[in-house]
Design a protein around this ligand. Structure first.
Ligand SMILES: Cc1cc2nc3c(=O)[nH]c(=O)nc-3n(C[C@H](O)[C@H](O)[C@H](O)COP(=O)(O)OP(=O)(O)OC[C@H]3O[C@@H](n4cnc5c(N)ncnc54)[C@H](O)[C@@H]3O)c2cc1C
Length: 381
């Protein structure tokens, strides 16, 4: 983020997290988790012990109660060496806010402190085989039976849903089938309830966080697990998505900045035709354009975050930030691969991972096309 626009407190906080990542995590660990497709429990526990998981959670529940920008600066540093690694922390951190904002007192007592202390984590499951961009097509049915809902259906691409002690914030249909925006509800579903099974998907990106298909067969969940009221799902998911999108946009910009730094460092070192390749004007201009794109993405992220923090309606600005930051990551990581030449193919250079993450970034949390449609709608088109 632009240092000139950050307060001394924010700058100091960012240094603390940056130092923590260098000391306690390291880019090598991020790489290994991707290669092994392993959820980074060790790093997660370290962030819990640092007391940072509940950055946005109120102090009354053991959280840090920091502002939005402080939370995003933390994500920036955690996601610098890979979006996927950053989502390990971002997903639970933005999902828990559904309970902070709309949970019942009983849900808040049960989950918030447990979350901050690392005893429970959260994920989000909206997408289904027949409901991708068209979120209102969700058809997983929750049928009322006494004090319980009985869930039947399939969910797709549920990131981190398999992680231990995970409670899934699941968008289901508690109203009549085909009700579109009406009759949707957000309900808390622990990942170990009888009748729920899942299989991990061998995706190109998001290998450490992991992404799953979920099968629900007569899964029983207490009515008390509904967040807000039954039927509020559409409204809640819009609010959820705004925080999710600014969170991932921050990760994309952070990772894109690292891609530029890595490419520039390589270009200064790599000698061909008797000089560093960074001395060739074509390479210089490519790097200059990459940095300009990243700065533009960062400025959009910072603008959207500032508006959100001020409580100003920000749907257009958040979509612009998400759209541009995701496409920038894909673009600059691709340029970075060109600058690295053959070395770009090697996992130890990290660039191929950034590029894979960029490929996913333009689809997850709403595709580029969907964000262009939101921006056009907000323009009155
Ligand atoms: C690795 C990964 C992790 C994910 N994690 C999660 C998660 O944790 N939780 C969750 O709920 N979901 C998750 N998703 C799902 C993600 O949000 C969806 O993939 C995304 O919303 C697009 O849905 P879809 O894949 O079904 O594509 P589709 O909706 O089928 O779209 C296919 C293509 O058609 C285009 N398209 C569709 N409708 C329109 C339209 N109206 N106008 C123009 N173009 C259109 C799309 O832009 C896209 O290019 C994840 C996805 C991936 C790949």
């Amino acid at each position: 983020m632009d240092d000139a626009l950050l307060s001394p407190d924010h700058l100091a906080w960012r240094e603390v997290v940056r130092d923590f990542v260098a000391r306690e995590i390291s880019r090598e660990y991020v790489r290994v988790c991707d290669e092994a497709r392993e959820y980074p429990y060790e790093a997660y526990d370290k962030v819990v012990r640092a007391g940072w998981l509940g950055t946005l959670v109120p102090e009354a529940f053991g959280g840090a109660d920091f502002d939005l920008l402080a939370y995003l600066l933390m994500l920036w540093e955690l996601g610098r060496f890979g979006v996927d690694f950053g989502t390990v922390f971002a997903i639970p951190a933005f999902c828990v806010m559904n309970i902070v904002r709309h949970g019942t007192p009983e849900q808040q007592d049960r989950y918030l402190r447990a979350f901050v202390e690392g005893r429970v984590r959260f994920s989000i499951s909206i997408t289904e085989p027949e409901a991708g961009s068209d979120v209102a097509a969700v058809s997983t049915q929750a049928t009322l039976d006494g004090e319980e809902y009985v869930l039947n259906g399939n969910k797709l691409y549920a990131s981190a849903a398999h992680a231990k002690d995970n409670v899934i914030c699941m968008l289901v249909r508690t109203g009549p089938a085909g009700g579109r925006h009406q009759g949707l509800s957000l309900i808390l579903v622990p990942n170990d309830v009888p009748g729920l099974s899942m299989n991990r998907l061998p995706t190109v990106a998001r290998r450490a966080t992991g992404t799953n298909q979920i099968y629900l067969q007569d899964v029983r969940v207490p009515v008390a697990n509904v967040i807000g009221s039954a039927g509020d799902g559409w409204q809640l998911i819009q609010e959820h998505l705004e925080l999710e999108r600014i969170s991932v946009a921050t990760l994309y910009a952070a990772n894109a900045q690292q891609a530029v730094a890595d490419a520039a460092a390589f270009a200064k070192e790599r000698v061909q035709f008797g000089k560093p390749i960074s001395s060739f004007q074509v390479i210089k201009h490519t790097l200059a354009q990459m940095q300009t794109d990243v700065d533009a993405a960062t400025a959009l992220v910072q603008r959207a975050a500032t508006r959100m923090a001020a409580g100003v309606p920000s749907a257009k600005e958040v979509s612009m930030a998400k759209l541009f930051a995701s496409e920038t990551l894909y673009k600059v990581a691709g340029e970075g691969m060109q600058i690295l030449g053959g070395a770009a193919q090697l996992p130890e250079m990290d660039m191929e991972r950034y590029w894979r993450e960029g490929r996913q970034a333009t689809m997850g949390a709403g595709s580029s096309q969907i964000h262009r449609s939101i921006i056009a709608r907000e323009m009155g088109l």
